[in-house]
Design a protein. Sequence first.
Length: 363
Amino acid sequence: MNLSFKKKSAAAQASSPEGTKVLRESKNRIRVDFERTSRWQRFKIKYLSVSFVIDVLWYIFRLGLLIGVSYIILQPFFSKIMSSFMSPNDFVDVTVKLIPRYPTLDTYRGILRDNGYWTALFNTTTLSLACAIIQTFICCLIGYGFAKFKFKGNKLLFALVIFTMIVPHNTVKFAMLIKFKYFDILGIFNFLGGGVFKWLKIFSFDSIDLTNTYWPLILLSLGGLAFKNGLYIYMMRQFFRGVPDELEESAYIDGSGTFGTFMRIILPLSIPMMITIFLFSFSWQWTDNFYTNLFFTSSGPTLMPDIVAIPKSLFIKDFAAATAYEAAIRNTCGLLIIAPLVIIYVFCQRYLVQGIERSGIVG
């Protein structure tokens, strides 16, 4: 009480005419004292104090650390970009270290023309879009169920979902290949194709071979078993747990059902989170090498990982720097693979950051 009273009285004095006069005289006295002080004294007080030196050293340390970390991260990427513009003459020129002396676009032309880049771009975009859209919606439904519905075995099932995040995919590699190589649903195909249809002499089959098609990845996405689905379900669950229950209760009072409430209220609120899941799923499917090597052989559709090869037009026999030149070509293939992802990130980074902040992964 005394402290607040003193503050109020000091403010009242400062607002009074006498207080204003005293304040003005104090400022004038400070200005006069400052002008009477020599420049050297002012410089010493401002720039040679211990606190100022510590602040400068701390700023230099942070700046040096930032430059060092940025160099470590960006230098390999910058080196790959520069090598993609080098000609064969640059690789045998010992004076060329980073900047090409004979820049050319032949590497890009060869990859785009000979490696089927545009076909791979279309096929990979189609597959990634299909899997990302399905994964996003399925994980949204599953995450909403774990967050808002209480049932027996809820915690156990969610623990199994988390367990899928730590199980190596190689442990189920052979089982998945056999499942989709001889695909059947509860023995229905075996019964119809090997029994009824064969008896009617229409056609005969025991199972369906789904390899070299998009169906294995699409079915895995529909079943909630696709790549990184455990992580996506966890992110959606954490997001829905932060949605107030009062919103759903108000919708129920107005006569909306569970599905209607989810579609009209919950789903629009989760758009930033769903965009984040979509971007994660799309980018991981875009660069996936595990499932594509498992389900697609040389007779399957051309995807992005398939373009990493030496174009016929760029092959040079008995070239002295063949190893470095071929490595630069493969690095250029990698740059062309990630280029669409970089473009997508530039336009969607705001939604990505918002979704990660609301997912419970950070903070």
